[in-house]
Design a binder for this molecule. Structure first.
Ligand code: AMP
Ligand code: ZN
Length: 459
């Protein structure tokens, strides 16, 4: 059974889905105003790994929803800079389309399958739902209108008996200032739900009590609405980077009148020289700067998701080397001929490996421990059972270690000649054939107790 660190209780808890065998999970997704950086990708790689563990280790089906933020200050800043003469609503749509496609491309390169995400809803397709929630909060007198904008009143929320500061210890009193770096709110502690239209900004009509309040939604409201619309309330797991704990998730919870998910799970940051990777600091690396995106995925998995992880090209190079070694081992198993390897691993090491591997993942998704467990079999154990387990490893970690392309019949024939020459102790001939396999077919031969095993040579 999976134990998962829950920010609501600040402890590892046994995870039990609300519905038997079925998990509902929501991840805060990208703002599609530009390329994601690899720090953002760490957040999605973690969410993906978690949902893979739920599916492949725990045997649940998973409904995974990730939102696309397609309206906020950053989106608007971008269209005002690049398309000042276009209709702002349509310019926003074009910008969102462009970077949503790029985002999907990027996540697929790091091993996230688009098909595993049940829905990628966009904020601007849910304006009506957000307006309904704001209307409800107005009716409950937890929100108020001022100058055409609508705000969430923390004071009123607290007076209604609710707690603000569920995920983080916020010493909120009506006088205390609660800062929010995304919204231009007017009150000391309140946050914006709906922003009144500003000149040349995109807007939507909002009919409230027979009056129109043209404007656009605040950032937090979209996730309260889309998560519960698609997954119901409560749903099982809400994920996001640690910076989203407050104010974003805290505000999402308040808007829902209490925590809408049973587990809130946050990944720590990817850093550069001990500083968060972020566009505003200017220390970002994009995925297009990385030659082997799956090596980056491995690098992420080598750190526990709740620890800060320092990124450097050198660290990426070592991950590249490590994934190539794992790929070579997978090749040796996959490219072995039908009768070359025993069906079962009689030593029991393969079965023991799976025990440790899955137990590590069930312990708060401890991917570094799971990867370390691979060392017990890598390059040492060869059987068809081991290959079958490696397929499972691929499903769980998403590293795509097994390359299912067959080798050519010419290469196979050369390999058979190599084996014959070696058995006949014709070492000059076998050395020549080994070189031929290398130069003509980019295959490396290793002599094992099961005869020669081959792997592809990778740079
Ligand atoms: P944003 O597009 O800024 O809302 O971020 C998208 C996701 O990436 C959120 O879950 C953030 O918490 C996460 N994130 C942003 N920067 C980093 C970073 N340096 N390391 C890990 N996650 C990050
Ligand atoms: Zn969100």
């Amino acid at each position: 059974m999976l134990r998962l660190y829950n920010a609501l209780t600040r402890s590892k808890k046994l995870f039990k889905p609300i519905k038997n065998k079925h998990v509902s999970m929501y991840s805060c997704g990208p703002t599609v105003y530009d390329h994601a950086h690899i720090g953002n990708l760490r957040a999605y790689i973690f969410a993906d790994t978690l949902q893979r563990v739920l599916r492949e280790v725990e045997g649940y089906s998973v409904d995974w929803v990730m939102n696309i933020t397609d309206v906020d200050d950053k989106m608007i800043g971008r269209i005002q800079r690049d398309n000042p003469n276009e209709d702002p609503n349509s310019a926003l749509g074009i910008l969102a389309d462009t970077y949503t496609d790029i985002f999907i491309d990027d996540i697929e390169k790091v091993g996230i399958k688009r098909a595993d995400i049940a829905k990628l809803p966009r904020a601007t397709d849910h304006i009506k739902g957000m307006q309904l929630l704001i209307t409800k909060l107005m009716r409950e007198k937890i929100a108020y209108e001022s100058d055409g904008s609508f705000y969430f009143s923390l004071d009123a929320y607290k007076k209604s008996g609710k707690k603000y500061g569920v995920l983080v210890d916020l010493d909120y009193t009506p006088q205390a200032r609660v800062t929010d770096d995304q919204d231009q709110k007017e009150g000391v502690a309140d946050f914006v739900l709906w922003k009144a239209q500003k000149m040349s900004e995109p807007y939507w009509d909002f009919e409230y009590l027979d009056q129109n309040y043209p404007g656009r939604p605040g950032w937090h409201i979209e996730c309260s609405v889309m998560s519960t619309q698609y997954l119901g309330a409560p749903f099982d797991i809400h994920t996001g980077g640690i910076d989203l704990k407050f104010p974003h998730h805290e505000n999402e919870i308040a808007q829902c009148g209490g925590h809408q998910a049973n587990f809130f799970v946050h990944n720590e940051h990817l850093q550069v020289h001990s500083e968060k990777m972020s566009k505003s600091i200017g220390n970002i690396t994009k995925l297009s700067d990385i030659k082997d995106p799956l090596a980056f995925r491995l690098l992420c998995l080598q750190a526990h998701y709740r620890t800060q992880m320092d990124y450097s090209p050198k660290a990426l190079d070592s991950a590249h080397e490590r994934i190539n070694n794992l790929r070579a081992y997978a090749d040796q198993l996959f490219l072995a001929t039908e009768h070359q390897l025993p069906t079962a691993d009689e030593s029991g090491i393969t079965a023991e490996f799976w025990q440790i591997f899955s137990a590590s993942l069930e312990d708060d998704v401890n991917t570094p421990a799971a990867l370390a467990a691979l060392a017990a079999i890598e390059g040492k154990v060869f059987s068809q059972q081991t290959l079958q387990l490696l397929y499972k490893v691929d499903k769980v970690l998403g590293l795509q270690l097994i390359d299912e392309r067959p080798i050519s019949s010419e290469a196979r024939a050369t390999l058979a000649d190599y084996e014959t020459a070696r058995e006949a102790k014709e070492y000059i001939k076998s050395d020549k054939l080994r070189e031929e396999l290398k130069t003509n077919y980019q295959l490396q031969v290793s002599d094992t107790q099961y005869g020669p095993l081959v792997s592809r040579i990778r740079k």
